[in-house]
Write a protein that binds this ligand. Structure first.
Ligand SMILES: Nc1ncnc2c1ncn2[C@@H]1O[C@H](COP(=O)(O)OP(=O)(O)OP(=O)(O)O)[C@@H](O)[C@H]1O
Ligand SMILES: [Mg+2]
Length: 311
């Protein structure tokens, strides 16, 4: 079985990693997928959450990495746990507070790396620094197996929805931007008692939008990998029959913003697929944009959701 491996990480404390990890595992489980959560944190917040809240069917593991041993040991341990879990689950979600002793290489084990960050300038700057230290991991030109990077604004206050912070920051790598998870007392109250996906308020709605965006990111990744494989075959064939190799394609004509959102990428993907099949429709992206509009997602999120650069 090939399973999706998702890492939720950042070097910052208290940004909402464990909340996102436990509740994303619950979200995916509700979709009918088998899910394992691996909690690599000493606090054990995400594993305690899932173990103590009403049973939702996520398999939970808690492992401490031998970080004090340094070298390759922590990575080898993590890889072993991850691969074992991946043999039995459709989706594996890992919660890990990153520290410098961990080699960036570990990120290559994952399909999706989710970095929760608050949207204050100071935290975004720390997040940009974190990504800068690991930027080679996300460089798809060097590594065709690079994980997809998804930035997740977390604990976002209503008044922050009007700010335009992502356009002021210079991030060193391309990433997709997920819809924000809103700050709410109800989210704190759910700890070990229930799940954000069941909250009937704006925070619950925001988390469900975030969950859908994660699933869309995984779909896109799969489609991208499949089309890359197909392109390889086409290129080989065309060289054999001596057809021109460099015909303009929709994908070459699209300029991908360094700050493309999940929905923006989704839209670009649709455009590429439609260009190839001769169709021209933006309906699915429109539907998603409508649901964002109904949540009053701020202008900067909407703008990026249209796949336009904010520079
Ligand atoms: N959307 C939210 N709204 C309100 N409070 C939240 C939200 N997400 C997380 N919190 C609260 O923020 C605090 C930190 O959250 P959490 O433990 O998930 O973050 P973390 O990044 O895993 O922290 P640590 O670095 O300690 O592992 C907790 O008190 C949690 O209840
Ligand atoms: Mg935590």
């Amino acid at each position: 079985m090939s399973s999706f491996k998702i890492l939720i990480t950042s070097q910052k404390g208290g940004v909402g990693k464990s909340t996102v990890a436990a509740n994303l595992a619950a979200f995916v489980r509700r979709l009918g997928q088998s899910v394992t959560l691996i909690d690599f944190d000493t606090h054990a917040s995400s594993s305690n959450w899932l173990n103590r809240a009403p049973e939702i069917g996520v398999s939970v593991q808690h492992h401490l990495l031998p970080l004090e041993q340094g070298g390759k040991r922590p990575i080898l341990d993590a890889r072993l746990h991850l691969r074992r879990a991946a043999e039995r689950a459709d989706v594996v979600v890992c919660d890990l507070t990153w520290i410098d002793a961990i080699a960036s290489e570990l990120m290559l084990e994952f399909d999706l790396v989710i970095v929760p960050t608050s949207v204050s300038e100071i935290e975004l700057s720390a997040t940009a620094g974190f990504l800068n230290r690991h930027r080679w991991v996300f460089d798809t030109i060097i590594l065709h197996s690079a994980p997809t990077l998804l930035m997740c604004p977390t604990r976002v206050h209503a008044e922050q929805l009007r700010s335009d912070v992502f356009s002021n920051q210079r991030f060193p790598v391309s990433f997709m931007l997920a819809p924000p998870v809103l700050e709410a007392q109800s989210a704190r109250d759910m700890f070990e008692r229930g799940y954000l996906i069941d909250l009937p308020d704006a925070c619950g709605a925001s988390f469900n939008e975030f969950g859908k965006a994660v699933m869309a990111a995984l779909d896109m990744r799969q489609a991208n990998l499949a089309s890359r494989e197909a392109n390889k075959t086409t290129t080989n064939l065309s060289s054999i029959v001596r057809q021109p190799l460099h015909q303009p394609t929709a994908s070459k004509m699209v300029t991908v913003s360094s700050q493309a959102s999940i929905l923006g990428r989704h839209r670009l993907q649709k455009m590429r697929a439609d260009a190839t099949s001769g169709k021209s429709t933006l309906v699915p992206a429109q539907a998603t944009t409508n649901s964002l509009a109904s949540m009053r997602i701020p202008q900067f999120f909407k703008r990026m959701s249209m796949g336009m650069s904010t520079k």
